[in-house]
Write a protein that binds this ligand. Structure first.
Ligand SMILES: *Cc1c(COP(=O)(O)O)cnc(C)c1O
Length: 466
């Protein structure tokens, strides 16, 4: 049988392969201007369409014009993005080809069951309590929303308030306690959930960005009523890990809910070597993480875990529509654990990647990235004038060039323009710094060494020019 899309799918596969093969060589940063891209991709919507292969040709041109960031390549060290394992891309293609509406088991049994298996594997891999419920939202930001909605349900139910039914107006006040170095997405989730951002109680951090537990104790002692504490493992700048064991001691004494932002830091628990860095991880009440960062699957895939499945499911789909099939115990409906209704099978690439790497392969990838981050720090410390600002806890390094914000920014700019690697800037304790994040399966020790030479050169040129 002829399929009408054979030519365009074959073309897409060739384009994808050409892109992936050329990834290590292509300029890392994007160079195309919005104007160039508009002239390639824009114009008014034509009345009559064009052949699909021509449409794909336009995308190829956009990539060739420098409109694509080689962020899944080996020398992208900006933010914490991570690459994509080949099998995760392959599974992602099938997700589109199968086009399952994977919210409900009945609409896609294979992807629903694969998601359930993936959920069980992840609970086991991270050492979370038995019975922990799992959802696959679009990213860690939405994982916070799901987890904190579950927290809101739980602490208010204990105070005799049904938040799903009666809303927040007139409810007992929920005290939200956060660390000073929390990620912006915690604030966003709090906003979406009606907690506001100005009422949060902020616990100061230490020099590495870890929550100071003595300060947490003092602040919690003054509170009355329901409490939710947001901790973090893996600060985006330093990689620092909050002392979860102590945080859980203090919070649970007051029956507070402990939520953990482990967008990338959670993956330390998947490595037998690094697991000791996250003691007390299993004692929290909810966890938000990402598969699309350190596991290296395509966007969009976050992970949310809740130790109180009932709170999780109550906060999400607690009233099933009449036309939805009833969930039997052995038929897990993905819809019950996230905010989406219709959705793609975003857990399938996770299933495929975990299955392909295995426990050892996953641990090896996490260990290697951390080792390479330490290699970066070690090499850069040897360069006169370069200061490494953090203790390298995981895969994050922060460096500064000379004692000068401008010089540091200039080095970053030169590196971004070099096309050979990509780093972003940040402010740390009031000083400009360059962030290094190692999160791709493709990055090797040679990439690190070659990049350190590029950094050295950019530094000396920037210094000469200043
Ligand atoms: C990336 C990140 C987030 C947000 O995750 P998304 O997947 O981008 O929504 C939250 N917290 C931390 C610590 C992060 O690094």
């Amino acid at each position: 049988m002829e399929y009408a899309g054979t030519d365009v799918l074959e073309l897409a596969s060739q384009q994808a392969l050409a892109y992936l093969m050329g990834l290590p060589e292509r300029p890392v940063g994007a160079t195309a201007t919005p104007k160039q891209l508009r002239s390639l991709l824009g114009g008014p919507l034509p009345a009559r369409g064009i052949p699909a292969t021509e449409t794909m040709g336009l995308l190829e041109q956009a990539a060739e014009a420098g409109g694509v960031v080689a962020s899944s390549g080996p020398r992208y060290f900006g933010f914490v993005v991570g690459g994509t394992h080949p099998v995760s891309i392959a599974a992602d293609w099938l997700v589109s080809a199968w086009d399952q509406n994977s919210g409900v088991h009945e609409l896609g049994p294979a992807v629903a069951v694969a998601e359930q298996i993936t959920a069980e594997w992840l609970v086991d891999l991270f050492g979370l309590p038995k019975g922990t419920s799992v959802g696959f939202p679009t990213g860690c930001a939405m994982a916070h929303v799901v987890a904190l909605a579950s927290a809101r349900h739980h602490v208010l139910a204990k105070a005799g308030w049904d938040v799903e039914h009666d809303g927040l107006q007139g409810a007992p006040e929920v005290h939200i306690v956060v660390g000073a170095q929390r990620h912006l997405t915690i604030d966003l989730a709090l906003r979406y959930l009606g907690f506001g951002t100005s009422r949060v109680i902020v616990v100061p951090s230490d020099s590495q960005g870890r929550m100071r537990v003595g300060e947490l104790r003092k602040r919690i002692a003054k509170l009355d009523g329901p409490i939710v504490v947001c901790a973090q493992i893996g600060d985006v700048n330093t990689g620092a890990i909050d002392p979860l064991d102590k945080i859980c001691d203090i919070a649970h004494e007051r029956e507070a809910w402990v939520h953990v932002d482990g967008a990338f830091g959670m993956w330390a628990a998947a490595s037998p070597k690094l697991r000791r860095l996250v003691p007390g991880l299993d004692r929290a009440d909810s966890w938000a993480s990402d598969a699309h960062k350190w596991l290296n699957v395509p966007y969009d895939c976050g992970l949310v875990f809740v130790a109180h499945a009932e709170a999780h499911s109550s906060a999400m789909l607690n009233q099933r529509a009449g036309y939805l099939p009833n969930a039997a115990a052995e038929k897990r409906d993905p819809i019950e654990w996230v905010t989406d209704f219709s959705r793609r099978a975003r857990s399938l690439p996770v299933w495929a990647t975990l299955r392909t790497l295995g426990r050892e392969g996953i641990a090896e990838q996490i260990d290697r990235c951390c080792l390479l981050a330490r290699r970066f720090a070690g090499r850069l410390r040897e360069v006169p004038g370069v200061e490494v600002l953090n203790k390298v806890a995981l895969n994050q390094v922060m460096v500064r060039f000379g004692d000068d914000d401008e010089l540091t920014r200039e080095v970053i700019k030169r590196l971004q323009e070099s096309g050979q690697c990509w780093f972003g800037g940040t402010m740390w304790n009031g000083r400009a710094a360059m962030r290094i994040s190692v999160a791709s399966w493709q990055t090797t020790a040679d990439d690190v060494d070659a990049t350190v030479s590029v950094i050295q050169q950019a530094f000396s040129e920037a210094r000469a020019a200043s």
